[in-house]
Design a protein around this ligand. Structure first.
Ligand code: IPM
Ligand code: MN
Length: 349
C-alpha cells in the first residue's frame, strides 16, 4: 500500500519535532508515503490571516492521515482573547474527529513522579466535538458576565462511549488486577449534562457484558490517577475533563513531552503531541521529540500498518532502556532533539 500523509509543522518547537518525526517515519517504513505540507497555526494566521485555509483543510480531508506539530503562540490572539493559532475548532469539529485518544504509558527508563516502577498503561478517550469546548468561539456575555455552554448529545455520547468499549475489547495488556474495564469520568452528582453522559454510558456499557463498566466523579478521578494509576484501562470522558486529566496523566509518566494523541473520526484522523508549542525553548535543540515520534507511531497504526507502529514504539523503548536517550526532570531532552532522533533511528535497525 501507499499512503498520502499531510503534515503541519506548527509553531514554537513544532517544526523541529515534526522534522524529527518525519525522519523516524522515513527510516521505519517499508511502504511508500507521499508527504504533503499544510500550513497551520499561529504562524499561518500571521501570514495568511487564517490558522488554516480552506485549501489546507481540503488537503487534510483527502489525506489518509495527518501528522500535526503543536500550534499556537501566547501572543497571537483573536479579539475575544482566545488564541488565534489553535486548530481544534477547524480540525476536530470541522472534520468531526470525535475521538481524542491519549495513551498514558510509563516507558522503560523513565522515572515516574509517583512511587511506581512501571505498569502505568491506560488510555484516555476524550470526547472531542462537544462538551464544554464545543462553546469555543460561542461564549456569550458582556463586561459583567460571560457564559460558555457544555453540550452533551445522545448521539455524541453514544459514539464516544462505543469507541471506548471497542478500544478496550481489542487492547493488549491489562490493568493490575487483570480486569478489562472502561471507566466513565463525569460530574453526574452536580451537572445535568454529566448525569446524562453517565446514563448514556451505562446504556452502551450493557452491550459489552465482558468489560467492566465503572463510573467515577472527575475530582475523585484526579486523585485515583495519582494514587492508583495501575487500576485504569480505558477512560472515557467529556472534553475539558479529558484535557485536564491527560496532562495529569502525562505528569505521572515523565511528562507530556512523552505523550501522543490521536484525533480520530470515521474517515479522517490527525496525530499530535498532547502538549503545546513551548516557544521559550523553540529552535534551541532542547525539545523532546518523543511525543511527536510516538504520535507518528499511532498514525502508522491508524493507516493499518501496526507492525511498523510497533517497530517505532519498540525503538523508542530501546533508546530509553539503553540510556541512549536521557531526559531531564522537566521532560526536555538532555542530549537535544537531534540526538534523540538519531538514537531512535539507530534503535530501529
Ligand atoms: C490539547 C490542547 C488544546 C485543547 C488547546 C490548545 C486548544 O490543550 O490538545 O490538549 O484544549 O484541546
Ligand atoms: Mn491540553
Amino acid at each position: 500500500m501507499s499512503y498520502r500523509v499531510a503534515f503541519i509543522r506548527g509553531d514554537g518547537i513544532g517544526p523541529e519535532l515534526v522534522e524529527s518525526a518525519l525522519a523516524v517515519l522515513d527510516a521505519a517504513v517499508d511502504f511508500p508515503v507521499e508527504l504533503i505540507e499544510v500550513q497551520g497555526g499561529a504562524g499561518a494566521y500571521l501570514e495568511q490571516g487564517t490558522a488554516m485555509s480552506a485549501a489546507g483543510l481540503e488537503v487534510i480531508r483527502q489525506a489518509d492521515a495527518t501528522l500535526k506539530g503543536p500550534v499556537g503562540l501566547p501572543d497571537v490572539r483573536l479579539p475575544d482573547g482566545t488564541e488565534a493559532g489553535l486548530l481544534g475548532g477547524v480540525l476536530r469539529n470541522g472534520l468531526d474527529l470525535y475521538a481524542n485518544v491519549r495513551p498514558i504509558t510509563l516507558l522503560p527508563g523513565v522515572r515516574s513522579a509517583l512511587r511506581v516502577e512501571g505498569g502505568i498503561d491506560y488510555v484516555i478517550v476524550r470526547e472531542n466535538t462537544e462538551g464544554l469546548y464545543a462553546s469555543r468561539g460561542k461564549g456569550v456575555g458582556n463586561s459583567q458576565a460571560v457564559a460558555d455552554t457544555l453540550l452533551v448529545t445522545r448521539a455524541g455520547c453514544e459514539r464516544i462511549v462505543r469507541y471506548a468499549f471497542e478500544l478496550a475489547a481489542k487492547r493488549q495488556g491489562a490493568p493490575e488486577d487483570g480486569v478489562r474495564r472502561v471507566t466513565c469520568v463525569d460530574k453526574a452528582n452536580v451537572l445535568r449534562s454529566m448525569y446524562f453522559f453517565r446514563s448514556v454510558f451505562l446504556e452502551v456499557a450493557a452491550e459489552y457484558p465482558d468489560i467492566e463498566a465503572e463510573c467515577i466523579y472527575v475530582d475523585a478521578a484526579a486523585q485515583a490517577l495519582v494514587m492508583s494509576p495501575l487500576h485504569f484501562d480505558v477512560i472515557v470522558t467529556e472534553s475539558m475533563f479529558g484535557d485536564i486529566l491527560s496532562d495529569l496523566g502525562g505528569g505521572t509518566v515523565g511528562g507530556v513531552a512523552l505523550c501522543p494523541g490521536g484525533n480520530i473520526g470515521t474517515s479522517q484522523a490527525y496525530f499530535e503531541p498532547i502538549h503545546g508549542s513551548a516557544p521559550s525553548i523553540a529552535g534551541q535543540d532542547k525539545a523532546n521529540p518523543l511525543s511527536q515520534i510516538l504520535a507518528t507511531a499511532m498514525m502508522v497504526d491508524y493507516l493499518g500498518e501496526q507492525p511498523t507502529g510497533d517497530r517505532i514504539r519498540g525503538a523508542v523503548r530501546q533508546a530509553l532502556r539503553s540510556g541512549s536517550v536521557q531526559l531531564n526532570s522537566d521532560g526536555t531532552a538532555t542530549s537535544g532533539t537531534k540526538s534523540v532522533t538519531t538514537a531512535v533511528i539507530g534503535a530501529l535497525a
